[in-house]
Design a protein around this ligand. Structure first.
Ligand SMILES: *Cc1c(COP(=O)(O)O)cnc(C)c1O
Length: 419
């Protein structure tokens, strides 16, 4: 559910016509709905109400400070995967005791930064990382709180590039090696073993993979207990899918809670949940302007001013995003590819779409773009990155300015001999 709806043939973001926002902010522009974000967050909070839990928004889905402030004011924590994300989360006011830190390649500097920040825990992905954290914590004279990320070898039924919980993936510690790792961890003097973590993938459309993975993790937690290793936090990761309007019917957080809470009843854990996409995905759209219609050999192209540098998901995951006119018109229907201006054949936003023929200068909304949209954008082809706008009822605010040409040169230095 989201708050981008039509009134009199015109697309609104909450109470504001999208056209109005574009008049001020131009295109391409990301537009986010505050009410949608809050509703998605509260859906989790209410679903897991009966069990101690912390909801840690996965920053990589959308790290805009205003988005994070909306969530942190609701009590949300953060799941970060880099020092940069930790920095942004703290700046946005997310309290460190609600921040968990995952990722296979944490650097020494990042580990020290997280220790000094007193985060809730590291989700550790290897024995070598454990030793590094132990060493750095020793130097800083603190005890490092850790969970070990286990890899439960569960197929999540999602795109191979956003699946993370199979044996062949670089993520986590294989379950059959996890006990060994916990034994190492519990002997390291500067490590405090607090939890167990898993994250099996993204855009998961069934509860079964969550249940199967949790069963494996719980059985492992029992083993740990028999070795005297007691876990406080059980972190089930994120990954719940969203409807992209392509026939998906993902479970609601309520369904997820209903499927997994009965399994947890007997355990005195605090649950950590790390949703990203299911909070931010349908809380945002990308608005783009039609530059040129173009007839190809066997298809039509609608060339727009947003490209793969603005929204990478179609190019790298073949992801489906609904394309909606900002003002509905009764023009003829055509089949077309909606493509960007970038010099790559992989630069498309949508393929083979049956849409009303748009005219030059018409605005199109790329729906469900609030997660892994702006956060994956780049300056490829020397394109300034898009603006971001937040809608709150009848008001809207530019929460990130469109980049300028000058921004493209930020940080560059020309050596003297070339001057
Ligand atoms: C990406 C990621 C998430 C969030 O995944 P979503 O599919 O956006 O919910 C959560 N935890 C970890 C460790 C991740 O890498």
């Amino acid at each position: 559910m989201h708050d981008f709806t039509y009134k009199n043939s015109e697309l609104y973001a909450e109470g504001v016509p999208v056209r109005k926002i574009v008049e001020k902010a131009g295109t391409p522009t990301y537009i986010y709905s505050r009410s949608t974000l809050i509703r998605h967050y509260r859906a989790y909070r209410e679903a897991f109400d009966g069990y101690p839990h912390i909801i840690c928004f996965a920053l990589k889905a959308n790290p805009n400070t205003s988005i994070l402030k909306i969530l942190s004011k609701e009590g949300c924590g953060a799941d970060v995967v880099s020092g940069g994300e930790l920095f942004i989360a703290k700046k946005a006011g997310i309290s460190p005791e609600k921040i968990v830190y995952a990722g296979v390649g944490k650097t020494g500097e990042e580990i020290a930064f997280a220790l000094k920040s007193r985060i809730l825990m590291f989700n550790v992905e290897s024995a070598e990382e454990l030793k590094a954290i132990n060493r750095i914590a020793g130097k800083l004279k603190v005890k490092a709180p850790v969970a070990l990320r286990v890899n439960p070898d569960i197929a999540s039924g999602t795109h191979p590039y956003i699946s993370t919980g199979l044996k062949k993936h670089k993520f986590g510690i294989p379950l059959d090696k996890a006990l060994e790792h916990y034994k190492i961890a519990s002997k390291l003097p500067n490590i405090k073993v607090l939890g167990i973590h898993k994250h099996i993938g993204s855009q998961i459309l069934k509860t079964a993979p969550f249940v199967d993975a949790l069963k494996k993790v719980l059985s492992f937690a029992n083993t740990l207990k028999s070795y005297g290793i007691n876990i406080k936090y059980l972190d089930i990761g994120g990954g719940l899918g969203i409807p992209y309007n392509n026939g998906e019917a993902p479970p609601h957080p309520k369904d997820l809670a209903k499927a997994i809470l009965p399994l947890l009843k007997a355990y005195p854990f605090t649950l950590v949940i790390e949703p990203g996409r299911s909070i931010a995905g349908n809380a945002g759209i990308l608005v783009t302007k039609v530059l040129y219609p173009k007839k190809g050999f066997d298809r039509e192209f609608i060339i727009v001013d947003a490209g793969m540098n603005d929204l990478l998901r179609p190019s790298i995951y073949n992801a489906y995003h609904d394309i909606a006119p900002v003002v509905r018109k009764k023009t003829a229907k055509i089949f077309a590819d909606i493509v960007g201006p970038i010099c790559e054949s992989g630069d498309f936003l949508a393929k083979d779409r049956n849409i009303n023929r748009p005219e030059q200068e018409d605005l199109l909304a790329v729906m469900s773009a609030g997660a892994y949209g702006f956060s994956m954008s780049s300056n490829y082809n020397a394109r300034p990155r898009a603006a971001e706008v937040l809608v709150n009822g009848k008001e809207f605010f530019v929460i990130r300015k469109r980049e300028t040409y000058k921004d493209l040169l930020h940080g560059e230095k020309v050596p003297g001999f070339l001057k």
